[in-house]
Write a new protein. Sequence first.
Length: 165
Amino acid sequence: MGKIRTAVIVSSDSGYAGEREDLSGPEIRRIAEEHGYEVVSVKILPDEQEMLEQEMKKIADENLADLILTTGGTGFSPRDCMPEATSAVIEKAVPGIPEAMRAYSMQFTKRSMLSRSTAGIRKSTLIINLPGSPKAVRECLEYIITELDHGIDILTGRTSDCGRK
C-alpha cells in the first residue's frame, strides 16, 4: 500500500496576493505527514469559486491525489465560497465528516456551528473542507484523520473489506 497522496488548497484572497502569510496550509501539511500521508501539492488560490472548482477537478480527474484538504472560505464572508465550489464538483456527498468536525469543535467554541464546511467524493478523490484558522485546522484534522485511511482505502480500491477495523 502506498501512502495516501494529499493535495492542500488554501482559499485566501490575502494569501494569494502575498499580503498575509498562510499558516493553515503548513499546519495541514504537518499533520498529514505526521500520519504518514504524502503531501503532493499545496496551492493558495483566491476566493474565486471557478478557480477553486477547476483546481479540485484537475486534481481528482487526473488522479493526482487521493485526498484534497481545503482550508479557508467556509465562513460567512461574502467572498467565502469553498463549500459552494466543493458542492459543485463532488459526485457524492459525505456529510458525516463535517458533521463530526462541527460536533467535536463545539467543545472548544460554540462558533463552530457557523462553519459551512462540506465533504464529498469526485471520482476516487475525497475532498474535505477544513476551517481557516490554524487552531481549528489542528482540532478538526487531528480528530478525523485516523478514520480517513479506511474510507480512502475503500474509495481507491486498496481494500474492499468494510467489516474489519
